[in-house]
Ligand binder design. Sequence first.
Ligand code: SAH
Length: 237
Amino acid sequence: MFKTRFRAVIYITFLLPIILLILSFTDEYVQQREQMVENQLIPRGITDKNTLRAMRETPRHLFIPSAAQRRFAYQDRPLPIGYGQTISQPYIVAYMTQIIEPKSDYRVLEIGTGSGYQAAVLAEIVDEVYTIEIVEELGKHSIKVFDKLEYENVDVKIDDGYYGWEEYAPFDAIVVTAAAEHIPPPLIEQLKDGGKMIIPVGSPFHTQQLMLVEKDGDDIITKNLMPVRFVPFRRAE
Ligand code: SAH
């Protein structure tokens, strides 16, 4: 009796803290994500609590298809994901997330699923994410990753995102992650009144403008945010 209690005391006071400490260090990526947040996001003005939480929690490395590239997952740069496409730099993902002011009850549309990372970051915050990818292989790969990581609030469609996703419209916010020459009118139509869209606009292979588009009744208010470089918005043949 005494022995059992003694053992329990030893376990709780000494062994348990050690086990917990070891466990907290086992996921090296947790630390890398913390550094990413501290060094790349907060100093550049990412302050939204939900966005920072989602950036801390989303395992970016698991969205990078090439095992050889995975160790660069938390570095301050975009990375190739195959088919000539890239996963955006963490800061850009955080910036695009913060600017739409995501709320838990939001339904968000993303155009350009790519690796699935931006959609996953959004899915950590909002109720429903709908995302469209034009490259079949990328779309299929992202579906596999979402299934494996048990994201239940992300729906992927393989299609030309120019036309949006009528069935689930209107959306509280729309995030476009490929550079379009103009803002696709169907996306403006599918934005809720008072909703926000973020989209890089400009010619492919040049610097584009990241634009914030806000819908206020019949008025569309646009604002240039910063110069960026995104892969081109393609059109289905
Ligand atoms: N959000 C992605 C970034 C991917 S890069 C991520 O987090 O990884 C942009 C993606 O947009 C590419 O995968 C590209 O194939 C896709 N894309 C380009 N034009 C598109 C279109 N018209 N409809 C849907 N996806 C498109």
